[in-house]
Design a protein around this ligand. Structure first.
Ligand SMILES: [Zn+2]
Length: 270
């Protein structure tokens, strides 16, 4: 525990009780959702956007409390491990640079960085938002689609992975943003392998099914997840850690991951 933790003891972002950033009682209230984003593309959410989880996600994003990324990523990590999902790399939904400067951080990138580290997979930062878009909140589905159409582009070499790329976002509402990002991955020769979100708002996007396909081990080809083995995690390309052994080992670690309870890691420099 750091000196700051003694001076400003952590409070749960869900219920404000002292002791941790996301307490064990709030963690027990969370029910992970598993479905399919599209045929063969798993979708995992740590929970619905309601109750303590909604308060925690909103604190993370809007107060903002970027230091909550570690605590809030833990339930999502547990859900991924419990699913046996095979991932070759992670990417995140980018903000436009002007929006990111305004907020001070990108909440989805923070989550993806924590998850990539804990799952032991590379981080791919090649997805960019190439034009500013209006906030999606309050817009109809049709307007949402038009708002984000063509807003993303893959701007890194090598291209995105063709297998096992998990795309991380904070909240799923209609899925319009994720679909636009998926189109950008496809345009660059990649393929969306899984969708990972903290929370689903309301009913979320109608999901194809409520079961995940049988876990599989990925074998990345000549893409960003395989070309830069040994390189550090980068904003522009993928880092190290992709191999079948590592992917296979994730499911076995599921039982060892706590469902969200843990100390607040304290503020992080922006
Ligand atoms: Zn709590």
């Amino acid at each position: 525990m750091s000196l700051l933790d003694w001076i400003f003891p952590a409070r749960c972002a869900g219920c404000h009780s002292p002791g941790s950033a996301w307490c064990a009682a709030c963690a027990r209230s969370l029910e992970p959702l598993r479905a399919e984003w599209a045929p063969g593309v798993p979708f995992i959410a740590a929970g619905r956007l309601e109750g303590p989880w909604q308060r925690a996600v909103h604190s993370f994003k809007y107060l903002p409390r970027p230091q909550l990324a570690a605590a809030l990523a833990r339930p999502l990590e547990a859900a991924v491990l419990e699913s046996g999902l095979a991932l070759s790399a992670l990417a995140w939904i980018p903000l436009h640079p002007s929006r990111e400067r305004e907020r001070g951080f990108n909440q989805s990138e923070r989550l993806a960085r924590v998850l990539a580290r804990s799952l032991g997979v590379p981080l791919c930062g090649g997805l960019r938002r190439v034009r500013p878009t209006a906030p999606q909140v309050g817009l109809s589905q049709a307007v949402r689609r038009a708002n984000v159409a063509g807003a993303f582009r893959w701007q890194a070499s090598p291209p995105p992975p063709g297998l096992g790329l998990g795309l991380v976002d904070d909240v799923l509402t209609t899925g319009a943003t994720l679909q636009a990002a998926e189109a950008a991955l496809a345009a660059a020769g990649g393929r969306l392998g899984a969708v990972l979100v903290l929370a689903v708002r309301g009913e979320g996007r109608p999901l194809v099914a409520q079961t995940l396909p049988h876990p599989a081990v990925t074998s990345p080809g000549k893409d960003c997840a395989s070309q830069l083995g040994g390189a550090p995690i980068s904003d522009l390309a993928c880092g190290s850690g992709v191999n079948g052994q590592r992917v296979r080992s994730l499911a076995g670690r599921a039982r060892t991951v706590l469902r969200g309870a843990g100390p607040d890691p304290g503020p992080r420099p922006r």
